[in-house]
Ligand binder design. Structure first.
Ligand SMILES: Cc1cc2nc3c(=O)[nH]c(=O)nc-3n(C[C@H](O)[C@H](O)[C@H](O)COP(=O)(O)O)c2cc1C
Length: 166
């Protein structure tokens, strides 16, 4: 399957998740492109799409939102999964968090197959306000590589019409 993983990321954490998802799908045999959502030139030839976006102040990254709007018609015709990232605590490890409103709306817009919220990352030396202030108490990496791996395997299993081999 040809899969596009498009991401909106401000500080690189969500980009890292997108790259891991891409690497997992590639290892399972998919033909994967991982690109910043704002740089995607077209989705004509892709057979499935993952859209990942950071969440800031409850808002899904604008590049992810714009990507979904720009390619709404095309995305409605292929399997799509939406990814948000994410909480700076263990809450995303505990089970399925409800989607933020932008993701919920995007799910409807493109009839997405699924959505997931993964933990986020904030580096101790994050620049800019309020990130630098938040970093004093909330810095950490809550991305869960094993959870991401299992999720990617589920996506691959769905695409190839079989159960995920976790
Ligand atoms: C100013 C600020 C606001 C944030 N607001 C939220 C939020 O509302 N919900 C959430 O789950 N995470 C929130 N986060 C955590 C980010 O989503 C997390 O750091 C994420 O990994 C950032 O992705 P990026 O590195 O790709 O930009 C916030 C982080 C910062 C710095």
């Amino acid at each position: 399957m040809t899969v596009l993983v498009a991401y909106g990321s401000k500080r690189g954490g969500t980009q890292g998740l997108a790259e891991q998802i891409g690497a997992e799908l590639t290892a399972l045999g998919d033909d994967v492109r991982v690109e910043p959502a704002a740089a995607v030139k077209g989705v004509g030839e892709v057979e499935a799409v993952v859209v990942a976006g950071a969440v800031y102040a409850g808002r899904w990254h604008k590049d992810a939102r714009r990507f979904v709007r720009r390619y709404e018609k095309e995305l409605s015709r292929v399997p799509v999964w939406l990814v948000a990232s994410g909480p700076l605590d263990a809450s995303a490890d505990d089970g399925a968090l409800p989607p933020v409103e932008h993701v919920r709306a995007a799910m409807e817009r493109v009839h997405a197959r699924g959505q997931v919220t993964f933990g986020g990352r904030l580096e101790p030396d994050a620049q800019g306000f309020p990130a630098s202030a938040m970093a004093k108490t909330k810095a950490g990496d809550w991305r869960n590589a094993e959870q991401v791996r299992q999720w990617a395997a589920t996506v691959h299993g769905d695409l190839s019409g079989q159960g995920a081999l976790l």
